[in-house]
Ligand binder design. Structure first.
Ligand code: ZN
Length: 611
């Protein structure tokens, strides 16, 4: 029996193991008598606190246990951090001072610190099930920034998002196999490792019913390694042969710390070819500007083939100043990694060693091929006086794509006891590669990936899927094409139309274009507006000036391929197609909430528009 029952209660934390030394220490405390293994000394408490992390200022916990005004059905139990926040306010983080003070006092008298209870579960413990069903847009800022920092390429993006899906029970489908789907099932399918479709079949789904679709693109402007990226050492520099992708590297890529990442095809000892993702942990490349002191040549225009070649190292073993006329005999013969004729022999040897080292590959000849690209290594982070911005690379369009998957995860995590069990539609998110280069590849939106997947879903429930059944499906469906749009730039107000200039941290912007570069029309706008009303989200609008050129995205090509009603609407950002862009800290979350509202409410809203 302890003399301090409240402290004894604290020691019931299961992962606390008192050592023999600690037992000895405990003997020095009068209130720790016959149960040393269950009790904590103050030193133990400090160790535990150091181990599990001290409480910091926490976000406002969302409201749980009831339907919110937004119609979002929240999980019935609060997350651990809510209880934690209640117990340890941010004003009580100074544990060391409290405990040191009490050690001096020997806890002889009743003291508030002596009644401190350890949390039963560390607040940062990994959660086995999805907890991110929050209506608080700020909740999604940090997860989004982490996602952006960790997943620079399309391959990393697909791997990361499908891992999230798998963690909550989505089943992977292969395009090679027969699909046997079930009502209430959750599935995803990839193509080329660079595009993906995830969907949830409603419990009451019947073939011919509609599909509520959100589509985005996950590719971004970048510099891709050329098939043979090895170049002759030039004036003491090792350089890398890169090709443009979507217009990058453009002038915003000068003087940036560039990393390298992508996928590597490796032949295993069994003869099987496997795909391995790789990302070197430090910047390896730089495209250096020419100082303005050199005059006009420093101001461009620049030749992307000859003046924007990344440097990736130094090698001063060659002639002091080489030109294209320097004979081959002046260059030192480079070692041939992987053997003559191997893929590795066509790449910079030190790069091959770095990539192989990262993947623990010792036989360079087993590298069959790779697709690598350069990326800005600066992490995504918040900024502004109150952290109201997010500064990040590759926002276009990983932001809408990430938000769409989070929305589907949220919608799919709703307990089946809610009215989600009555859903008769399919909720679907499709993320494509190659939008920045026209989408006309098999993993792009102009390919057959999305219509083919929808038709296979229908076929799984009503084989064979007749043309009329497919047509009915599309007629009952709706596509929310989500790509970033232009936030208003205060320094270039004249470039925007008044009333058509979206702001940050305000809401998704519907993008209209009278010349068909966008799919938006009055009916699709009215449908999305009704969904936004039902989930309490605000829509903005963007349209380009008549004297400017509209961009394009996946909406028109997908809606025309399937004949579905469709809208283009996306998260506003500044500096589109820059290596580093800006959006609002609430904008990822506003995307999640609007997309989730669409997935959840489309079915009922659509009835309002039925003839
Ligand atoms: Zn885009």
């Amino acid at each position: 029996m302890t003399k301090n029952p409240r402290l004894r209660k604290a020691t019931s934390t299961p992962n606390i193991q008192a050592t023999a030394a600690q037992d000895k220490e405990n003997e020095d405390f009068p209130f720790v008598d016959d149960t040393p293994r269950e009790l904590l000394s103050l030193k133990d408490m400090k160790n535990v606190l150091n181990e599990i992390g001290r409480p910091q200022a926490l976000p406002q916990p969302p409201e749980f246990g009831r339907s919110s005004p937004l119609g979002l059905r929240l999980r019935p139990q609060p997350p651990p951090h809510a209880a934690w926040a209640k117990r340890w306010s941010s004003k009580r983080v100074s544990f060391s001072s409290i405990i040191t003070d009490n050690e001096e006092k020997g806890l002889e008298k009743e003291d508030p610190a002596s009644s401190l209870l350890l949390p039963e579960v560390p607040t940062h413990a990994p959660e086995p099930v999805r907890k991110e069903v929050s209506k608080d847009a700020s909740f999604y800022c940090k997860p989004f920034c982490d996602f952006m920092t960790n997943n620079p390429t399309v391959f990393h993006t697909v791997a990361s998002l499908t891992d999230e899906l798998k963690a909550v029970g989505f089943k992977k489908l292969s395009e090679r196999d027969t699909w046997k789907l079930e009502a209430g099932g959750k599935y995803f399918v990839e193509r080329n490792g660079s595009s993906m479709i995830a969907f949830v079949v409603g419990e009451a789904y019947e073939p011919g019913n509609g599909v509520a679709m959100v589509a985005g693109h996950i590719d971004s402007l970048c510099a891709k390694l050329k098939p043979i990226s090895n170049r002759r050492t030039n004036a003491g520099y090792v350089q890398l042969g890169v090709a443009t992708y979507g217009g990058a590297p453009n002038t915003t890529w000068w003087d940036r710390d560039l990393g390298i990442a992508g996928r590597v095809l490796v032949k295993e000892s069994s003869g099987k070819i496997v795909t391995r993702l790789v990302k070197l942990p430090h910047p390896i490349a730089r495209i250096p500007t020419l100082a303005p002191h050199f005059g006009a040549v420093a101001y461009g225009p620049f030749n992307p083939e000859t003046q924007m070649v990344p440097v990736i190292g130094l090698d001063n073993s060659g002639p002091p100043f080489m030109t294209s006329a320097t004979p081959e005999s002046d260059y030192e013969a480079q070692s041939v990694l992987g053997g003559v004729g191997s893929f590795a022999s066509t790449q910079p040897p030190r790069l091959v060693k770095a990539i192989a080292g990262e993947l623990s590959i010792t036989d360079y000849s087993t590298i069959v091929n790779w697709e690598l690209e350069l990326f800005d290594t600066q992490p995504a982070q918040t900024g502004g006086l109150d952290h109201e911005f997010i500064f990040s690379g590759r926002i276009d369009d990983k932001i809408c794509s990430w938000a769409a998957i989070q929305a589907l995860l949220n919608a799919a995590s709703i307990p089946t006891t809610s009215n989600a069990a009555d859903s008769g539609i399919i909720q679907l998110v499709a993320l494509f590669d190659d939008e920045e280069i026209g989408s006309l590849l098999r993993q792009g939106a102009r390919g057959n990936f999305l219509p083919g997947t929808v038709e296979r879903i229908v076929d799984s429930f009503a084989s064979p899927a007749t043309p009329s059944l497919i047509s009915r499906t599309y007629a009952n469906s709706y596509l929310l094409s989500s790509d970033v749009t232009h936030a208003v730039n205060p320094n270039f107000l004249g470039a925007y139309l008044p009333q058509h200039a979206p702001r940050l941290n305000t809401g998704i912007a519907v993008v209209a274009d009278s010349n068909g570069h966008m799919t938006t029309d009055s009916i699709s706008t009215a449908i999305l507006q009704r969904c936004a009303d039902k989930c309490g989200q605000k829509l903005q609008v963007f349209q380009i000036r008549n004297d400017s050129r509209s961009g394009g995205t996946v909406g028109p090509m997908l809606s025309s391929a399937m004949g579905v009603r469709a809208i283009d609407a996306g998260i506003p950002q500044l500096s589109m197609h820059s290596i580093r862009a800006t959006t609002g800290n609430l904008d990822p979350g506003l995307g999640v909430l609007l997309f989730q509202g669409f997935l959840e409410h489309f079915e009922s809203v659509d009835r309002e528009f039925r003839d």
